[in-house]
Design a protein around this ligand. Structure first.
Ligand SMILES: [Zn+2]
Length: 479
């Protein structure tokens, strides 16, 4: 039995404000947070998002803008939050790695792993990508460059670092992967991580000398904790003290494919080294592109979530992302594509049906003995739709779940068209309409995690004492 759920997103790096590419994952995670709240109760679900604020790139970006790193990250994290709010992301906490409780927890975690004998000092010589702030192996380079930063020169580093004995957890990880075929989802990413594991894991440096903007090592104040080791601990910083890091909690991390290796292979090893439980599910989403091109500020190809929500509305953008986003593989968006889906699936299929039904039922009231919400209890034919949608959600297929809802809405539209209730009066019309209204109320409940505001509007339209013709939920966009 599912008791508690902790859902997290990747925390975004504060060298710049997040764009729609980052926000896809927030919407996906939010959909799950809302789904589980409906399923097991609000008090049993926690949803964490936030910002990753330490490291060299941030220090550099701040200096370029003539700001202190702290002022700089304050600004970016505030703007990031605003972007999340524009998509109605219902996080319980927005954590920042510069928060005092996180700095303290990260230091303690480091010390625990050190005392357990899994951290040692050595000289590191090798490659480092400043873009990723990651140590790279020669094998991992593409044409001698980082695969994510092909325009940046890769640096050769030679420095004294503290190393994490990652290699000591190779067998543990192999066993964990073998026993938990759903540890990493989707399957393609699971296989990718498994093959990394099979190539063998090397110890990695987890501290940086001569860097000021970071959490100092508790055992050596001349170095700071390396960004990844610092950032990953944020989940634990939040979950542990509120009782959401115990064995009764299902822990689901949502993150992008560029972060998969750290979450699927490093994070479980770190937790094991600290004697802590590992997460249940690592969900890895792919990348979003815009108009067929990588979303990138340097390419001038960027769109903010708030720009899209101003044009289409929050729920329409959520719907589009959850149905057509990079769930399993990379996906492309454009204003034209969103408009097309908006008009056909939201304005025509869902919106039209709701307007039409509310207009046909206008003026219908309830008996003296009935409460306004009696229609909720009318038997609905949507039980199958509910089961199918739930199945798809549990399989991490938000796209197919929404497809189910669309198919049923099309059926209802067709049914209304065939039965022509507008030609009928009184009791006859009511017999046609009541089951449709019941279905719409139930469907609204099922759509809540995806389109919370729209679902609420639909419920309201059909559960009031006297139904009135509704305003269009989605006004058709022309031109
Ligand atoms: Zn890179």
């Amino acid at each position: 039995m599912l008791k508690k759920v902790l859902i997290t997103t990747a925390i975004d790096y504060t060298n710049d404000v997040i764009h729609i590419g980052h926000l896809y994952q927030k919407v996906l995670a939010d959909c799950y947070a809302r789904y589980y709240r409906d399923l097991i109760g609000k008090e049993n679900v926690r949803f964490l998002t936030g910002t990753d604020e330490h490291g060299q790139n941030i220090e550099r970006a701040a200096i370029e803008k003539g700001k202190t790193p702290k002022d700089f990250v304050d600004e970016i994290s505030t703007l990031d939050k605003k972007e999340q709010v524009s998509l109605n992301i219902s996080y319980d906490r927005f954590i920042r790695t510069t928060d005092d409780d996180h700095k303290k927890t990260a230091g303690e975690f480091f010390e625990k792993v050190y005392k357990a004998g899994f951290i040692y000092k050595a000289k590191y010589t090798g490659f480092y990508c400043e873009g990723c702030e990651e140590y790279k192996t020669e094998k991992g380079l593409v044409n001698g460059k980082c695969e994510y930063h092909p325009t940046k020169e890769i640096k050769k580093l030679s420095e004294e670092n503290y190393f994490f004995k990652w290699s000591a957890f190779q067998d543990f990880l192999k066993e964990h992967f073998a026993k938990n075929p759903d540890f990493v989802i989707p399957r393609s990413k699971y296989n990718e991580m498994k093959s990394f594991l099979e190539q063998g894991i090397n110890d990695i440096p987890i501290s940086r000398p001569a860097l000021k903007w970071g959490i100092p090592l508790p055992i050596d104040k001349t170095q700071v904790i390396y960004v990844w080791f610092d950032a990953l601990i944020n989940y634990y910083t939040y979950g542990k003290p509120i009782g959401f890091w115990d064995k009764d909690t299902k822990i689901i991390h949502f993150l992008g494919k560029d972060n998969a290796r750290w979450h699927a292979l490093l994070w479980p090893a770190m937790l094991k080294a600290a004697g802590r439980r590992v997460p249940d599910t690592i969900y890895v989403n792919s990348f979003l592109s815009l108009n067929g091109q990588k979303i990138s500020k340097s390419l001038g190809n960027i769109i903010k979530a708030s720009e899209l929500t101003e044009k289409f509305g929050t729920d329409a953008v959520r719907y589009y992302l959850l149905k057509y986003g990079p769930l399993l593989e990379d996906a492309d968006i454009s204003l034209e594509k969103i408009k097309e889906v908006y008009n056909s699936e939201l304005a025509n299929n869902l919106g039209n049906l709701v307007s039409r039904v509310s207009k046909l039922a206008e003026g219908w009231g309830v008996n003296k003995n009935q409460s306004a919400s009696w229609r909720i209890n009318v038997k609905s034919k949507t039980e199958n739709v509910k089961a199918e949608m739930q199945k798809y959600i549990e399989e991490y297929r938000s796209d197919l779940a929404l497809q189910e809802a669309q198919i049923y809405l099309s059926k209802l539209n067709k049914y209304v068209q065939e039965k022509r209730p507008w030609e009928k009066g009184g009791k006859e019309r009511m017999e046609i309409m009541e089951p449709i209204i019941a279905d719409l109320i139930h469907l609204a409940g099922l759509l809540k995690p995806f389109m919370p505001e729209t679902a609420e509007k639909i419920e309201k339209i059909f559960t009031v004492k006297v139904i009135t013709a509704s305003e269009p939920l989605f006004r058709k966009i022309r031109g």
